[in-house]
Design a protein around this ligand. Structure first.
Ligand code: FES
Length: 168
């Protein structure tokens, strides 16, 4: 093999390696859990370290739960489904598409979730942007405790959303 071909082969290998690392880093950022404790059907998640526009996924009763600190610049920032925790606004929802239950992926640059199964889309507050999902992503029962959220317990903030018909 000529030196030139070897050089291009190595350069291509290095480039592919960097791409794989980048993909791994992006996946880790998406799935990095926040500090949490689970007991007796409740999962307590500390939101104090959450970063703007980074999706965190926690497991609660065998289901993924999305937690997203919504940026002030996001169009969804004023949505009534967002939860105020210590002055910051969070989107918290079960991470299963309301069409047929696939797990949508979050695209931070576009501030939206896209479901790969049939192309459904949701904004950063879980509202449907594009069918076929028939309804917004579902907000699970939760209670706010300082800078923490307890998944599985119906706190006053959850009851307020429920009374307004916004939890499903
Ligand atoms: S399951 Fe998500 S669009 Fe069909």
């Amino acid at each position: 093999m000529s030196d030139r071909r070897k050089f291009f082969g190595r350069a291509l290998g290095a480039f592919a390696g960097l791409g794989a690392l980048g993909a791994l880093y992006a996946a880790k950022r998406t799935w990095d859990p926040l500090p949490s404790v689970s007991a007796a059907g409740f999962t307590t998640v500390d939101l104090s370290q959450a970063q703007d526009n980074v999706l965190y996924t926690e497991m609660w009763r065998g289901k993924p739960v999305f937690i997203l600190k919504v940026s002030k610049s996001d169009k969804a920032y004023s949505d009534k489904r967002l939860i105020n925790v210590g002055g910051d606004k969070f989107f918290i929802a079960i991470g299963l598409c309301t069409h047929l239950g696939c797990i949508p992926e979050y695209f931070p640059d576009e501030h939206k979730f896209i479901c790969a199964c049939h192309g459904g889309q949701f904004d950063a507050a879980g509202e449907v942007l594009k069918a076929p999902p028939p309804s917004p992503l579902v907000i699970p029962p939760f209670k706010i405790d300082g800078k923490k959220v307890v998944l599985g317990e119906e706190g006053p903030e959850y009851k307020k959303l429920k009374d307004a018909g916004l939890v499903a």
